[in-house]
Design a binder for this molecule. Structure first.
Ligand code: F6P
Length: 357
């Protein structure tokens, strides 16, 4: 008999259901009796005891379904130790729910913030298994996160579509790709979509270099230019500001996002009109791609094996093509960022892609 809890927290992505299905399928094949408590809307469900008792049947037919059957919400890690509006101690409440249901383990699917709370619960003595979800691919210790490939496909499709219209009209276009802190998604979709300029949070840009790259294409007789710009792209000048000054600048910004600021600067400085396209949350939506379905089935199955072994306190990651138990304490709170000096960036630059630096 196994009694597990499960929750999905933070921004959703395409393959959350596929991952939960992997866990439950592998467990139900290998234990006589299984009870799955699905906590609704992320940590909220665990804090307030809002859950549904699910069976293996509930996880059938969801491999291809986007979103999460459990719902999700953002519960910032930094507020976990702060009592709620009614003075409730959230950590104590989560522990109480866990012990009341006599859970063997809690399977937590989520990104960086979610992982920090998962580690906190581990430190508090709960049996935790974490599965690395995010379209941002920024979780330290795993080569890849689920959701990333599916999001690359959508962002690449967006760039492909913009390509044909940009070429017809000889226009400069910005496609803004999700990712406030890291640029993995923009980097992959940018290269896959044949973007001419890629701007990432990890490589602060100089607007004059960006304009130079557009001019170079014009001189080469290419009438259009595509920029793939991460939500968190930052200019060299802004990168030099203190954190506080940058926050203030953003709070008072007249532009809805960095892409509009860049577009305006290009217009002001070079007289070139730039169109901005923001695919936004479409990048997290729809069905998971086949790669993510396979990844999630493997990660889910490996998570089930850890539960069968009663070996807890890990993120189940993918390292060099193999699933691996990675101690949560070793990775929680760390971000995996694009290395500006990496082979991939150098190779992209060699093909003529400008990173605005
Ligand atoms: O972390 C996933 C992500 O989609 C980021 O790429 C993006 O910056 C952020 O979430 C958007 O958050 P929200 O859905 O809360 O607007």
């Amino acid at each position: 008999m196994k009694r597990i809890g499960m929750l999905t927290s933070g921004g959703d992505c395409q393959a959350l259901n596929a991952a939960m299905r992997g866990v439950v399928k592998a467990l139900s094949e290998n234990v006589d009796e299984l009870e799955v408590y699905g906590f609704l809307n992320g940590y909220k469900g665990l804090i307030y005891g809002d859950y549904r008792l699910l069976t293996a049947k509930d996880f059938s037919g969801i491999l291809t379904k986007g979103g999460t059957i459990l719902g999700s919400s953002r519960q910032p890690f930094k507020l976990m130790r702060t009592p709620d509006a009614n003075g409730l101690d959230k950590v104590a409440a989560m522990k109480q729910t866990y012990y009341k249901l006599s859970l063997d383990c809690l399977v937590i699917l989520g990104g960086n913030g979610t992982q920090k709370t998962a580690n906190l619960l581990r430190e508090e003595g709960l049996n935790i298994i974490h599965l690395p979800k995010t379209i941002d691919n920024d979780i330290y210790g795993t080569d890849v996160t689920f959701g990333f490939q599916s999001a690359i496909n959508i962002a690449t499709d967006a760039i492909d579509c913009i390509h044909t219209t940009a070429a017809s009209h000889n226009r400069v276009f910005i496609v803004e790709v999700m990712g406030h802190k890291v640029g993995w998604l923009t980097l992959y979709a940018g290269i896959a979509g044949g973007a001419d300029i890629i701007l990432l949070p990890e490589i602060p840009y100089d607007i004059d270099k960006v304009i130079e790259a557009i001019d170079k294409r014009t001189r080469q007789g290419k009438g259009f230019t595509i920029l793939a710009v991460a939500e968190g792209a930052i200019s060299k000048a802004d990168a030099d500001l203190s954190k506080k000054a940058y926050k203030e600048k953003k709070a008072n910004a007249k532009y809805p996002s960095v892409s509009y600021e860049i577009a305006d600067q290009i217009l002001q400085k070079a007289g070139v009109e730039v169109r901005v396209t923001v695919p936004g949350h479409t990048q997290r939506g729809g069905s998971p791609c086949p790669y993510d379905r396979v990844l999630c089935t493997r990660l889910g199955s490996a998570a089930a094996k850890a539960i069968l072994d009663e070996d807890y306190g890990y993120m189940i990651g993918m390292v060099n093509g193999k699933t691996k138990r990675i101690p949560l304490g070793d990775v929680a709170g760390k971000l995996k960022m694009v290395d500006p000096d990496s082979q991939m960036i150098k190779e992209a630059k060699r093909t003529g892609i400008s990173f605005g630096d």
